[in-house]
Design a protein around this ligand. Structure first.
Ligand SMILES: C[S@@+](CC[C@H](N)C(=O)[O-])C[C@H]1O[C@@H](n2cnc3c(N)ncnc32)[C@H](O)[C@@H]1O
Length: 256
């Protein structure tokens, strides 16, 4: 059974036990893919998270095996590949549109393998030294079981670098924040042009906000998130609220 997910509009289907089940409103990641990297180009909060990940890599022993779950267009895989050229990096991403962008962008790296798959279908227990999962967990069915899947991929003592959207994504608030930043950086006309170019991002973020409101995508407080990560078999080393208060970052180790 293929675990690749085909999206239709803003409603997508998940594969469950050989059949498909609709979960209601969700983002259309294939549609998001073509504009997704405007985020890394223009959103300073997105870039701050990337810098944090790079700084984190400098603090740990170089991992032999790194898995980037829900890796999207490969922005975290790219940092890992650049900072850890001797590591084997596996990008796991179920949406063809996203992973195709990653393949094109990262074609010069020889230490990356691409897996068009969901987290729940990955079968490589206990082999990873580092699992990265950024802004992907909240989109998955049953996040608590998915946390257990992340734990299952790691060797005891292996690292988890996890960021998750916890609070309701207020699209109007983000638009105002980004416009003000872009206007300062580029002037009003270029700012308006970039926002126009990013209209698919706004559309998909609106679908995310709706999915959160409908309970299809789970939200959480920092405390709830920490409890869930601990219950899944991790010891937390660092926890921070990031992304303008919307997301939680946790660095943890898999308990033996
Ligand atoms: C907001 S994007 C994050 C991409 C990347 N980690 C980043 O921060 O740039 C969320 C990603 O999660 C992926 N995703 C959704 N459901 C998934 C699942 N069940 N297993 C793995 N990835 C999934 C989506 O396809 C999408 O690319």
């Amino acid at each position: 059974m293929s675990s690749q997910v085909q999206s239709q509009g803003s409603v997508s289907a998940d594969l469950v036990d050989g059949g498909t089940v609709s979960r209601g409103t969700q983002a259309d990641w294939n549609a998001y893919a073509s504009e997704y990297d405007l985020l890394s180009d223009h959103n300073p909060e997105y870039r701050a998270l990337q810098r944090d990940f790079e700084a984190f890599l400098a603090t740990i022993e170089t991992p032999d095996r790194i898995v980037d779950i829900g890796g999207g267009t490969g922005n975290y895989t790219q940092i890992a590949a650049r900072c850890c050229p001797g590591s084997a990096i596996r990008l796991v991403e179920p949406h063809e549109g996203m992973i195709a962008v990653a393949r094109r962008k990262l074609s010069d790296f020889r230490n990356i393998t691409y897996d068009t798959a969901t987290l729940e279908s990955v079968d490589a227990p206990g082999t990873a030294d580092l699992v990265v999962c950024v802004h992907a967990l909240y989109t998955m069915p049953d996040p608590d079981r998915r946390l257990a899947d992340l734990r299952r991929l790691l060797r005891p003592g292996g690292w988890l670098y996890l960021i998750d959207l916890g609070r309701r994504l207020d699209v109007k608030d983000w638009r105002a924040y980004l416009f003000s930043h872009l206007r300062r950086e580029h002037g009003v006309f270029r700012a308006l042009r970039i926002l126009w170019q990013s209209r698919e991002i706004a559309k998909q973020n609106t679908a995310i906000e709706r999915a959160q409101t409908e309970g299809v995508y789970r939200t959480h407080t920092a405390e709830e998130f920490a409890s869930a990560v601990t219950a899944a078999g991790f010891d937390i080393h660092r926890q921070e609220t990031v992304y303008r208060g919307y997301s939680d970052l946790i660095v943890a180790r898999a308990r033996a």
